[in-house]
Design a binder for this molecule. Structure first.
Ligand code: C5P
Length: 402
């Protein structure tokens, strides 16, 4: 199907081994009706030839800022204006670093500065280079400026390492492009999402928390934004970068999350409670570090129940948003999920079995079934990014039929 008919995609290739996949990527984009103009950095040409890319794209490759002939046909500013989407794949640590610094020292980085088209960055590099604080900060900077970050995937790398840094596969990138240009059913809607754990202080150096990574909530925020919604993300302490075009409010404790969530809830159409909120907090927080004593083997911390954020949102009588909760269970998933749906007065609940190895807490995958009064939909087991989109599509369909 011509899902990308007439879409002009500027494919920027930098010098990483994944560049060899760009011929396949280009073929698949063109197959779906896109026009693809390839721009290569000097290093990219060491990994795949401009001749190959010209043959598959049907257009001469642009690779030089200072080439009078190229400037005479389609100059760099014209090229920047031509694109409906700039896709940087693979985006090496070097390209990401140069873009983060705002440099324009070759054709590709100049185009990035000169375009007002949306930009998608698909990082690809060695896992250690990807994990490097400099790279992480650079990616976060690009996301903050509104660039979409697609990937990377984790797995075996060309260098033999295993970890995050693999470029998304060509078909995954094609799907991202299709989603980007596809229908945006949440246009005009606003969504607030809670994500991550909360920390409940015991004393100035200790706290009670849980293993929530925030990945599911952040994936939901990214998907909601891609589907056209205006998104506010209330995040507990996590080490994840904010998805493009998402407003983030950082909180630490359940009480702080409760305050931020109730302030935001009435101003949004949809509320998704994805955070793993601590059920209890210490009644008293010691002002000084609690010392261990020689004569005392036991200690007791008296705890008090935290407010149930989502239940309070769902019981709002005015400007109540469509309220969606999560239920992470280790047994009788359906029974507990339906119980929570009713008890907390939710419109929908996303249930997952966290007892299954490799899914749920701290993992990249999940298996979710969505329940509502009188209905359910199994979304199966998938990457949290894909599930995020499926959940939002489910919410959108439910709102449309209401
Ligand atoms: O009761 P339980 O913690 O299993 O419920 C999970 C759902 O409730 C999730 O949507 C979670 O974000 C929300 N929740 C909340 N405030 C709490 C506890 C849970 O919003 N204090």
């Amino acid at each position: 199907m011509q899902t990308l008919a007439g879409k002009k995609i500027l494919l920027g290739i930098s010098g990483g081994i994944a560049a060899y996949k760009c011929a396949e990527l280009t073929r698949r984009l063109i197959e779906r009706g896109a026009e693809v103009q390839v721009v290569m950095t000097k290093a990219a040409k060491e990994f795949i030839t401009p001749l190959t890319m010209q043959a598959v794209s049907g257009r001469p490759v642009s690779d030089s800022l200072l080439d009078p002939a190229a400037e005479a046909s389609m100059g760099h500013i014209e090229l920047a204006k031509w694109a409906d989407l700039v896709l940087l794949a693979p985006a090496t640590a070097d390209l990401i670093g140069r873009m983060s610094a705002g440099m324009g020292n070759d054709l590709l980085t100049t185009l990035v500065l000169a375009t007002d088209a949306p930009i998608a960055v698909s990082p690809a590099m060695n896992q250690q280079m990807y994990r490097n604080v400099a790279t992480q900060e650079n990616i976060a900077t690009l996301a903050r400026r509104g660039m979409m970050v697609w990937g990377p995937a984790a797995g075996e790398q060309a260098c033999g390492d295993v970890g995050p840094g693999r470029m998304l596969e060509p078909m995954q990138l094609v799907e991202r492009c299709e989603q980007f240009f596809g229908p945006k059913p949440l246009t005009g809607k606003s969504v607030v999402i809670t994500a991550g754990p909360t920390r409940e202080a015991i004393d100035p150096v200790r706290y009670i928390s849980n293993h929530s990574s925030g990945k599911m909530g952040f994936a939901l925020a990214e998907a909601a934004s891609q589907l056209g919604a205006q998104v506010t993300l209330i995040a507990g302490p996590v080490s994840l970068s904010t998805p493009a075009n998402v407003e983030r409010i950082d909180v630490v404790s359940a009480e702080q999350m409760h305050k931020a969530a109730l302030e935001a809830a009435t101003k949004h159409d949809i509320f998704i409670g994805c955070a793993a909120v601590a059920d209890y907090r210490p009644v008293d927080v010691a002002t000084q570090k609690i010392k261990k004593t020689a004569d005392n083997n036991d200690m007791q911390i008296v705890m008090v129940k935290n407010p149930d954020i989502i239940a309070d949102v769902a019981s709002l009588t005015q400007h109540r948003p469509f309220t969606v909760g999560f239920a992470a269970e280790t047994q009788d998933v359906e029974t507990y999920a339906l119980g929570k749906l009713a008890r907390k007065n939710l419109d929908m609940i996303c249930a997952n079995d966290v007892s299954v190895e490799g899914q749920g807490f701290n993992s990249d995958s999940n298996a979710i079934t969505v329940y509502w009064q009188g209905g359910q939909q199994a979304l199966g087991s998938a990457k949290k990014t894909e599930l995020g989109r499926a959940i939002l599509e489910c919410i959108s369909a439910k709102l449309a039929s209401a």
